[in-house]
Design a protein around this ligand. Sequence first.
Ligand code: AMP
Length: 383
Amino acid sequence: MNKRAPTKPILPGATLGVLGSGQLGRMLAVAARRMGYKLHTYSPDQGTPTGQLADREVAAPYEDLDALADFARGVDVISFEFENVPYAATECVAQYVPVRPRGEVLHTAQHRLREKTFLREHGFPTAPWRKVNSLEALHRAVAEIGAPAVLKTAGFGYDGKGQAKLRAPEGAEAAWRAIGETEAVLEGFIDFEMEVSVVAARGLDGEFVHYGVLENQHHNHILDVTIPDAELPPELRERAVEVARGILEQLDVVGVLCVEFFVTRTGELLVNELAPRPHNSGHFTFDASVTSQFEQQLRAACGLPLGSTTLLRPAAMVNLLGDLWNDGEPNWAAALADPDVKLHLYGKAAARPGRKMGHITAFGNDRMDARARALAARARLAG
Ligand code: AMP
């Protein structure tokens, strides 16, 4: 892809606007404030994880074009941290300020059919899939792809939400009902060896950086543990990075994008999902890398040079879900008994099961030591 002509960078003192108000915006706000930027957040909610650290928190619907226009007029550049922001909202604010990544990236990545079609058209490998928009289409798709398979809603799905597994073709009707009889994708079920991701960033001038290949362990479809430097043959690691580079270039991303992959038992690399923003699997970079994924998002959005992605020490990240609160407030002091443990909490008031409330990053002598320390710290929370 051609390098763009340099445009003037947006410098410290300026204001970054963020559509969305969750933990990703919160950590972006930390990065922005540290570098002397102001940050405004826009979402339907108040008292949000991002809003708690923002200079301005606007609570209005994503469909309110007047409120969006008013928000855009108060900032110098806009990014997003929530994948289900309507494309029309990005189109609206783009009339006033640059939106980075551009709204089209969000439009592609927020809808599984558009995402998979993009991947297929550009030759990026995925699990076999078929578009499904009726029970009859689902029967045909099952006949073609076989079972087991996973039926996923085309829009508004994350962390395994809007998904139903078909163990056998007979499960088609139940799966169709389970996802709410809506436009969907049927995907072949992959018996994977490992799940990995590449978190990468692309600057306004086309500069590309990445954090290597990250090993992700899921529990109940939700990310549980990330350990950088996945133990894979060097050719596979290089290929994963090249696929990620290709995707960021083809989508003309300015910002951060994460590519999630399955590594099959036969050594194939299949793209599962794209997230056009900092990703949970990149949270370790906040403590463990020279430049965090959030600072990269800020730098890219502002047209600054990207920072080094060097890992300072072996590290691992574990998520803290709301389930940890089942027996009362977790024992934070116990988790921090290991001085190489860093605690992040997102300021969410209600701890619901499965809700991402925070994470722990631990350092270690090597990656598995770091993983063990992160898991041990989390186990102490319940003690
Ligand atoms: P997703 O929301 O599509 O990223 O799915 C969440 C998790 O469900 C993935 O990280 C996998 O652990 C599992 N999963 C999703 N799709 C498949 C598939 N086609 N084959 C096997 N496991 C899957």
